[in-house]
Design a protein around this ligand. Sequence first.
Ligand SMILES: Nc1nc2c(ncn2[C@@H]2O[C@H](COP(=O)(O)OP(=O)(O)O)[C@@H](O)[C@H]2O)c(=O)[nH]1
Ligand SMILES: [Mg+2]
Length: 373
Amino acid sequence: MKTAILITYDKEDIISEAIALCGSAGYGVPYIIKQKYLKRQKFGISEEIVTRLEEMVKKYRPDVIVFDEILKPSQNYNLASKLHKNILDREALILEIFESRASSSESKLQVKLAKMRYEMHGAKEKVRLARKGEQPGFLGIGKFEVDVYYNDIKHRMETVKSKLKKAGKQRELHRQARKRHDFKMISLAGYTSAGKTTLFNKLTGEQRQEGDELFTTLTTMVRRFTIKHKVFLISDTVGFISNLPAYMIEAFKSTLEELLYVDIVILIIDVNDSLFTLKKKFASCKKTLSEIGVEQDNIVYVFNKADLQNKNEIFEKVEYLGLTGSKRWIPVSAKTGQNTKQLKEFIENVIESRRRPDKQKKTHKEELEKNLW
Ligand SMILES: Nc1nc2c(ncn2[C@@H]2O[C@H](COP(=O)(O)OP(=O)(O)O)[C@@H](O)[C@H]2O)c(=O)[nH]1
Ligand SMILES: [Mg+2]
């Protein structure tokens, strides 16, 4: 497995998201540097930390350094020349994940476009530095070449944009083709580090390490599992990412396109998040899912990490998200396996109930109270 030394903020939820992002890009993380501040002028971090990094690079020999913030080209250059390693800032890392997950021609183009926007953003600073006469040979590019380079990206972007206009039209055909399958398809959606891969492995009985995403998330993995002898196919998707830059949103959405063809989207909610974070993430997931065209009726809500909270705390959160009366939610622990068997039955029921009118007398909450705890 590839490895990365991670530099990130000293905050638990940020750290776990950053580790999960590295995992999604196929990097194991043997060493983490946690900092309060990552926006120092020269390296993003202090010179003292750079010295520590030099030692850790010798010790762990990582493939890359992941810097969980946006780096200016000059900062990236300074770090790379000190550490002799490729430096991936947060945006470069996210783009790497999208690139590995894009499967349709449309999503490949969207990712390409986002990568060019990323390059362009760097090019502006390179042009500025070259014009000011600072670092004239910066990254091996002279003043004249910088202008050529800048215009070249612009030109390539136009080409990709016009290709995209055509690619969009193929989407409908693709969707119709996928609808012809007999088996039911399920997809897992949710924020990075909510537990998608863990649940995916639990449901399909896979024993691979969660962190070892090289073999799970990366290879647009679809696996089968059975409920009452019926075959279901399930896939893990690229996770939602907090503070996704605006220019990447289209690329992200297009990698989620597979959600359009499935029978059920399991939206995984990390019940351990604070009420505020929970609501923010939930709203953003719902908005995106509806924007890409996923029908409300196809979504079920899984409150994962139920092992970390008690029943009342979970109910409070379900209530807070306005789902109490919906019959569409279930608490589980992908880690301990708590309620995963019930989740399978729940999925089957949801699919069945579309065909038969609902005869249940008890409320969903009463059912859960009786059966799950
Ligand atoms: N306590 C607890 N931890 C969990 C549970 N599910 C996942 N995790 C942990 O949350 C982290 C992120 O999980 P992962 O499956 O990689 O999330 P993904 O980014 O959504 O695929 C890992 O450290 C998991 O071990 C759960 O039900 N309970
Ligand atoms: Mg995952």
